[in-house]
Design a protein around this ligand. Sequence first.
Ligand code: AMP
Length: 279
Amino acid sequence: MTTLVVRTRADLRAALADSPRPIGLVPTMGWLHDGHRALMRRARAADRTTVVSIFVNPRQFGDPSDLAQYPRNETRDVAMCEAEGVDLVFAPAVDEVYPPGFDTSVIVGSIAEPLEGAARPGHFPGVATVVAILFGLVRAERAYFGQKDAQQVAVIRRMALDLAIPTEVVACPTVREADGLAMSSRNVHLSPAERAAAPVLRTALLVAREAWANGERSGEVLRHRMRAQLAEEPLANVEYVSCADGSTLAELERVDGPALLSLAVRFGSTRLIDNEPLG
Ligand code: AMP
């Protein structure tokens, strides 16, 4: 089976007109790894047509140098899609996604405000806008997203519900390296020393999870446990640690129900995030 690569909205529509349903969509920014592969496998198992989009979305980057440095290798990505039995890759140019005159932004409310929303102004409007376009173009029965970006999943679910988009949003578990580091396209930028230090994100989350499992219910104590663990690693520059309500993502004083531990940490210029749901 060969994977068909299309680059225009028209070619995507034409290819999908002949494709069996249900359709599963996996939106990505490329530089694919085993985390993306796991999403493709979920789609392949549930849907008759699997579509992967590869688009480094300029609107979700605040920092122009972050966008310029984002790793890209379409040949390798398409080969990986082919190996996973993906039917269709949509790899559009920026002008195809945002044609001249494009003038709409999708702004999701309070769920998009804390954490990544506060740390990266403009990020979630960029994400929600591109995902709304992809949902409109592909009209998939299901779309697959990684729990690694837990707030992103919550933002997209909110958007799909509010805008009456019928695509079901499916969240899939975080895929990790053997030492616990969450797979990410950005990991390629870590120096050897930073790469060796990076599993501290996972360690910090697990230390807090263990405290919670042993009965600790103070949000501040759990945040402190994570900060203390991260402080052991001199290369780690902490941007935030959070112990938040699992549905609103508001910071918790007490953990009485489902919660989300999450953190963002910089190693040099590379920014990594990870999270751990509780309960
Ligand atoms: P990205 O290409 O980084 O924008 O990610 C595309 C999709 O893959 C998003 O839904 C991510 O949450 C998901 N993803 C990225 N890394 C992982 C991972 N380590 N495990 C599971 N899903 C992931």
